[in-house]
Design a protein around this ligand. Structure first.
Ligand SMILES: *Cc1c(COP(=O)(O)O)cnc(C)c1O
Length: 424
């Protein structure tokens, strides 16, 4: 199947007489004829369902669709993007370990890594995504367990050089985890460029309608855990908390990461996605291939208009030839990047607030990447817990306005932006 077909059909194939739409299995529990039947599931001897905190068929249909879209070997849904990123790292890094991350990542992920996971004893080094190979190499330590970046950073819109970082991560025997939320597999498939694990906040374009918070983790299945068995004992030695199973042995390179993540982290932390939410997510996925190109088209028009406007001091959109990431964006995302454009207005913070107050179609919201056009001033809202230095390091200056261009008629969006700029 091509991507467009996978959006509609992958993950669930109804048998004769079954519902064409994925069924919502709204049940916590699954019944078995004998305890031995169920015991085999608990031992992971057989695939099947016994309790929704671990697995649910509706969730699996949807995870399998995203897995197919990303070209992975296994996938799982989580209750949010935050849970997906937490699990993806914590599945291989423990207290006393070290992780390298791009500094330009989503504010929530930065906080998760820099504060919460630091409290759990995991040390993070944050690097400018444009650091030299030498600087990146120098950041590795014997206890480094993963490298993390975002295809297109939210909200700095830095484009991550996946292939370059993957090569260096692999040279040091660790996997590359890529948060592909903004690009979506319609515009970029990180696994094809060397990424090992892909995460999503499905809350954004995948759901696409402001309806459900969710996340997903996809394993590319190529990372050889046994080649670096000492670094990843959680995958290559028996799990005493799960009947002595060695995940990489029992489930192979294609299944080990997600099985361990489900059997340990989902079991213990329980950040499941509700089956009903997975159903809504699936509705979003069915039009992802139609919506994403329209987001990109509309954003391109708005970005070009802003760049030519005298009240605008700078525009950041990787689809503009003037953008420092234009070439990298063309390499990784030849069909378009995303619908998010950031820019600064003349007059800084005050003018930015005035601009926002005058918008009529674009709504002030902390959200991005859905059908509705929305706008945010991160320094006074989502990122207010960060210092100016941290803001700048994360690529989110105090004057930055983030405009998430929706799929309304582009003429209406353009008119709205024009009149709000004139009102400053
Ligand atoms: C929103 C977002 C997250 C967090 O996702 P939630 O679903 O809000 O928990 C993580 N990464 C990126 C790139 C995001 O945009």
């Amino acid at each position: 199947m091509k991507q467009n077909t996978k959006c509609i059909q992958a993950g669930y194939t109804p048998k004769n007489g079954e519902s064409r739409m994925i069924p919502i299995i709204q049940s916590t529990t699954f019944k078995y004829d004998t305890s031995e039947n169920m015991g085999r599931l608990f031992d992971l001897e057989e695939a099947g369902y016994f309790y929704t905190r671990l697995q649910n068929p509706t969730n699996d249909f949807v995870a399998n669709k995203i897995c197919a879209l990303e070209g992975g070997t296994a996938a799982m849904l989580t209750s949010s993007g935050q849970a997906a990123n937490f699990y993806s790292v914590f599945n291989i890094a423990n207290a006393g370990d070290h992780v390298i991350s791009a500094a330009t990542i989503y504010g929530g992920t930065f906080n998760l890594f820099n504060v919460t996971m630091a409290k759990m004893g995991i040390e993070f080094t944050f690097l400018n995504p444009n650091c030299t190979d030498e600087e990146l190499e120098a950041a590795f330590k014997p206890n480094t367990k993963a490298v993390f970046g975002e295809t297109i950073a939210n909200p700095s819109l830095d484009v991550f050089d996946i292939e370059r970082w993957a090569k260096i991560a692999h040279k040091h025997g660790v996997p590359l985890i890529i948060d592909n939320t903004f690009a979506t597999p319609i515009n970029c498939r990180p696994i094809e460029w060397g990424a090992d694990i892909v995460t999503h906040s499905t809350t954004k374009y995948m759901d696409g309608h402001d309806a459900t918070v969710g996340g997903c983790i996809v394993d590319g299945g190529k990372f050889d855990w046994f080649a670096y068995a000492d670094k990843f004992p959680g995958l290559t030695t028996p799990d005493e908390s799960y009947h002595g199973i060695t995940y990489a042995e029992k489930f192979g390179l294609g299944g080990a990461f997600i099985t361990k993540c489900t059997a340990q982290l989902m079991r213990d932390f329980g950040s499941i996605q509700a089956p009903m939410n997975a159903f809504f997510l699936n509705l979003g996925l069915e039009s992802l291939h139609v919506r994403v190109p329209r987001h990109c088209e509309n954003a391109q028009v708005i970005a070009e208009f802003l760049e030519a406007n005298e009240n605008v001091t700078w525009v950041n959109y990787p689809g503009l030839p003037s953008n420092k990431y234009y070439d990298l964006a063309k390499k990784y995302m030849p069909n378009g990047t995303c619908g998010v454009v950031s820019f600064g207005v003349k007059g800084g913070r005050k003018a930015a607030e005035k601009f926002m107050a005058n918008l009529k179609i674009a709504m002030i919201a902390t959200h991005v990447a859905d059908a509705h056009t929305c706008v945010l001033h991160p320094a006074s809202s989502t990122h207010r817990q960060m210092s100016d230095e941290e803001l700048i390091a994360a690529g989110v200056g105090p004057d930055l306005i983030r405009l998430s261009v929706g799929i309304e008629d582009v003429e209406d969006i353009l008119e709205d932006v024009k009149q709000a700029l004139a009102a400053i």
